[in-house]
Design a protein around this ligand. Structure first.
Ligand SMILES: [Zn+2]
Length: 494
């Protein structure tokens, strides 16, 4: 079967809030007047910027302004709990993208069904990670997120009743009971360009009589949704979804576009909502009755890009300058703390509203001696160990996370352990008590001890007890001397 899906789109002028274009369906003529641009459909992840990420940053901004830190909670969904988030939820806050269990169910799943491990909030948005969205909203609280969604102008969310949207599945992942419309989603996204102010949309400017008397005039209602600094950071994060994330196909020539994809469960609907400096727009593709689409949301992003690239003056307008309360800081991308030399590649610059930035340096990147036999932390009794650079979470991570290989051992060697009270061993492992020095590493270079105390090596050289070595060709080197390296202080007269 070749699926012939329907589609709808609304384009809004950022500055005025006026609807510039609206398409209510494909091949719509005659009496087929269903306008899908104003019909509700589940949003999928395209709602995350409005209901997860913007609320997290805005709530942090408000708490900082009040002199409070973020009241983190341990949901016990996974192993992270209230660790690694930082004092505030920011674009650098670390979320452990790990298997989670919510209300007794292994939920949610990511697409694809893998777990990234430690990831900053900005990157979680770029990859549209469901686990991270749920964990963030759980910290912010669904009521706060719902309130903000309404301030963004979304009117079709269901607040109360047996089947409502005031929950994680509806708000964080976009599985609403009714859904949202392309009109309201396009209008909502203008907020990110308009310094945090949402302007109500209008489909007309004015209605006059033949003689010019005004009967009806467009009335624009303005709502302050986000602090201008928060709006600027959100705009930057959404632009990075296009440059570095899943929004790549929505590039617009000549202007830095931003936006977010969305796919509903069973792939019934795909979305892309985004903006340029001039317009915000939302496109939906799906069927009037639920049929699984053969395309993923990248096709919606591509369609959005294709249309927007043809919009007159799409590069017009100007993005507002960075507000003075936005600062940039070099962060460690594993701990979300300030980067150090040990951060290496795990560091980059991130933006914060002033006061919400990290103030302490990274503690996760560490170096440890690891027993070569047990691969646990070496004790003084381990005969052989190697130095390993890695990360050490303040809790034992889930084995399924992608960065598990970087994690240093959390427990000491059970095979060579002088005292498990001091050197803690992983529960359930049998411990062999070994005192330090009991196991000297055997000589493994093949030397044979002679009666006079000298050692004969397989290559024919002999090492004498004073350290002097005689080679098969008769040359002799004294212990600890290096015949190649000259003493830099030696004066050579030739
Ligand atoms: Zn050992």
């Amino acid at each position: 079967m070749v699926i012939q899906p329907q589609s709808a789109m609304t384009i809004v002028d950022n500055e005025t809030g006026y609807v510039k274009a609206m398409v209510g369906g494909r091949k719509v003529n005659g009496r087929m007047i269903l306008n899908r641009a104003v019909a509700t459909r589940q949003s999928g992840s395209s709602i995350k910027p409005l209901t997860v990420y913007a609320p997290a940053l805005q709530k942090s901004f408000e708490l900082e302004a009040e002199g409070n830190t973020f009241p983190l909670v341990d949901s016990e969904y996974g192993f992270q709990g209230d660790n690694l988030w930082g004092e505030y939820l920011t674009a650098a806050s670390i979320i452990d993208d790990e298997p989670t269990t919510v209300n007794g169910k292994k939920w949610p799943v990511n697409s694809p069904n893998t777990f990234n491990g430690l990831i900053p909030m900005r990157n979680a948005l770029q990859k549209s990670l469901n686990v991270c969205a749920v964990k963030i909203m759980q910290q912010v609280g669904t009521d706060y997120c719902f309130d903000l969604a309404e301030k963004f102008g979304l009117t079709t969310l269901v607040r109360e009743g047996d089947v409502n949207d005031n929950n994680l599945a509806a708000l964080a992942l976009g599985g609403q009971s009714n859904g949202v419309t392309t009109l309201e989603m396009a209008s909502a996204y203008t907020t990110f360009v308009n310094e945090g102010v949402h302007k109500s949309y209008n489909v007309y400017t004015k209605v006059t009589t033949r003689t010019g008397d005004i009967i009806l005039e467009a009335d624009t209602e303005e709502t302050e949704v986000l602090d201008p600094g928060v709006a600027w950071i959100m705009r930057d994060m959404l632009q990075s979804v296009v440059t570095d994330g899943l929004g790549g196909p929505a590039r617009v020539s000549g202007v830095k576009a931003g936006g977010k994809t969305g796919t509903t469960s069973d792939q019934f609907d795909i979305w892309y909502c985004g903006f340029t400096s001039k317009y915000s727009a939302a496109v939906w593709v799906g069927s009037d009755i639920n049929i699984k689409l053969s395309s993923m949301s990248n096709k919606a992003a591509a369609l959005w890009g294709k249309i927007m690239n043809q919009m007159p003056d799409v590069t017009g307008g100007t993005y507002s300058a960075k507000p003075s309360n936005v600062i940039s800081v070099s962060i460690d991308t594993k701990s979300g703390m300030l980067a150090t030399d040990a951060s290496g590649k795990d560091s980059r610059t991130e933006y914060f509203t002033k006061g919400t930035q990290p103030t302490e340096t990274d503690t996760l990147h560490q170096t440890a001696n690891v027993c070569t036999e047990s691969e646990f932390l070496a004790t003084p009794s381990c005969p052989d160990y190697t130095e390993k650079n890695g990360i050490l979470r303040p809790y034992t991570p889930n084995k399924r996370v992608a960065d598990i290989k970087k994690e240093l051992p959390h427990y000491f060697c059970n095979l060579h352990n002088p005292d498990p009270e001091v050197y803690k061993v992983k529960k359930g492992l049998e411990v062999t008590i070994v005192q330090p020095g009991e196991l000297e590493e055997p000589d493994d270079d093949g030397g044979i001890l002679n009666a006079d105390g000298s050692i004969s090596y397989p290559d024919g050289s002999i090492e004498f007890p004073d350290g002097t070595i005689m080679y098969p060709d008769g040359t002799i080197t004294e212990s600890d001397s290096d015949p190649i390296q000259d003493d830099p202080d030696e004066i050579i007269v030739s």
